[in-house]
Design a protein around this ligand. Structure first.
Ligand SMILES: Cc1ncc(COP(=O)(O)O)c(C=O)c1O
Length: 358
C-alpha cells in the first residue's frame, strides 16, 4: 500500500506505557487525576449507556448548555471534542494547509508538531526562555501574513510553568485578527499564577480570534471518557472544527458524565487543594535534596535528573521500583522527568524511589 506523504512526516505521539502493569505500579506518567470518578458521575454515564442503541445527540445540547451557563457564553461558542486533543487536531485540519504557518513554543504539548506534519503547513517552534516559560515577544515576532494558528500552552506541558494573564492579554493585542490563537488551558484549574479558572474568559469578548481550550481529563478526572471543550471568541471556530469531523465524536455516556461532573465544583476544589498541597510538599522535598524543580502551576512536576541528558536511565530505575514517570527526552527536554502528582501513597513511593536513584 502506498500511504500519503504525511504518514512519513507525522511524529509518533509519545504515549506512556505501563497500562498492563497492574495496580501496584504508581502511574505518574500521563498527568491524569489519581482520584476516581464520583459515584453520581458513574451513574450518569450508566444512564447514558442505556440508550446506546441510538447514535448520540449530535448537537451535544445538554453539555454545551451546561458549559455555556458555567462560563456565561452563548452555546454557539462552545466547541466540543473527543478530548481537547481532538480539537487541536481539528483546528489544524480546519486552519492549516501548504503555505500556511503555525507557531508554538517548544517544548510544549507533544501533539502540536502533528499539525504542520499532517497539513503540509510550516511549523515555527520558538524555544522557551531559560526559566522554561513562553517567550511571547519571540512568538509575536514570528507571526506573518502566512500565520493561521498560534498555540499557547498555559500552564505549559511539559515544563509545568505558567505566565500571568496580563502577559497573555498584552500578547493577544499584538496578534493580527486573521490569526487564530488557541490558549491551551488544560491545567489552568491548578494554576496559582493564573489564580482563577474564570479569569481568562473576558479575553474572549476582546479577541474573537481566541479559543480557550479546556478538558475533563485532568481536574475532572474523566480522561478515559475523552471530553474536551473550546470556549470560542467567535462561533466560526466551532463551525469550522465541526465541519472537518464526523458528527458523532462524543458518546452519550461521555456527554452525560461530563454534565454531571460540572455539578460537583466543591469536589473539583477539594482535588485542586490536595494537588497543590502535594505539589508544594514534593517540590520542596526534591529541592532540599539538591534537584532542580520548575515552579509548577500544574498537577505535575518537571524535574532535572541528569546533567548528561540521560533521563532514560532514571525513568527505567524508577520503573523497576514501581513508579512510572515520563522521560523528558521524548518531550523535548532531555535530562528531565515529568512526574504527575498522585495519591499520598504514590507520592511517597515516588520520593523513596527517587532518593535511591538520584
Ligand atoms: C497541554 C495539554 N493540552 C491538551 C491535552 C489533551 O488532553 P485531552 O485530549 O485528554 O483533553 C493534554 C493532555 O495531556 C495537555 O497536556
Amino acid at each position: 500500500m502506498e500511504f500519503a506523504q504525511k504518514i512519513r512526516r507525522i511524529p509518533v505521539y509519545p504515549v506512556a506505557g505501563g497500562y498492563d502493569l497492574g495496580a501496584e505500579m504508581a502511574m505518574l506518567a500521563s498527568n491524569e487525576s489519581p482520584f476516581a470518578p464520583l459515584e453520581p458521575v458513574i451513574e450518569a454515564a450508566r444512564r447514558g449507556l442505556l440508550g446506546a442503541n441510538r447514535y448520540p445527540d449530535p448537537s451535544y445540547a445538554p453539555l454545551r448548555e451546561a458549559l455555556a451557563q458555567r462560563y456565561g457564553l452563548p452555546a454557539e461558542r462552545i466547541a466540543l471534542g473527543t478530548g481537547s486533543c481532538e480539537l487541536i487536531l481539528a483546528a489544524g485540519d480546519a486552519l492549516l494547509e501548504p503555505g500556511a504557518e503555525v507557531v508554538y513554543a517548544w517544548p510544549a504539548f507533544s501533539v502540536y508538531p502533528h499539525l504542520a506534519a499532517a497539513s503540509g503547513a510550516r511549523a515555527i517552534e520558538v524555544p522557551l526562555t531559560a526559566q522554561g516559560v513562553h517567550d511571547l515577544d519571540a512568538i509575536a515576532a514570528e507571526i506573518t501574513v502566512a500565520t493561521r494558528l498560534v498555540l499557547i500552552c498555559n500552564p505549559n506541558n511539559p515544563t509545568s510553568t505558567a505566565l500571568p494573564l496580563e502577559a497573555i492579554a498584552a500578547f493577544l493585542e499584538r496578534v493580527p485578527a486573521h490569526v487564530c490563537v488557541i490558549l491551551d488551558e488544560a491545567y489552568v484549574e491548578f494554576s496559582l499564577t493564573v489564580g482563577d479558572p474564570y479569569a481568562s474568559l473576558p479575553l474572549l469578548e476582546r479577541f474573537p480570534n481566541l479559543v480557550i481550550l479546556r478538558t475533563f481529563s485532568k481536574v475532572y478526572g474523566l480522561a478515559a471518557l475523552r471530553v474536551g471543550y473550546g470556549l470560542c471568541g467567535a462561533d466560526s471556530f466551532r463551525i469550522a472544527v465541526d465541519q472537518v469531523r464526523q458528527p458523532f465524536y462524543l458518546t452519550s455516556a461521555a456527554q452525560a458524565a461530563a454534565v454531571e461532573a460540572l455539578r460537583h465544583q466543591d469536589e473539583v476544589e477539594r482535588r485542586v487543594v490536595a494537588t497543590v498541597a502535594a505539589r508544594t510538599q514534593i517540590s520542596e522535598a526534591l529541592r532540599e535534596r539538591g534537584l532542580w524543580v520548575a515552579e509548577s502551576d500544574a498537577n505535575f512536576l518537571w524535574v532535572r535528573v541528569a546533567q548528561d541528558g540521560d533521563d532514560a536511565r532514571v525513568v527505567s530505575a524508577l520503573r523497576e521500583r514501581g513508579v512510572l514517570v515520563r522521560g523528558g527526552s521524548a518531550l523535548g527536554g532531555p535530562g528531565h522527568i515529568r512526574v504527575t502528582l498522585g495519591t499520598r501513597e504514590q507520592n511517597e513511593k515516588l520520593l523513596d524511589a527517587l532518593a535511591q536513584v538520584c
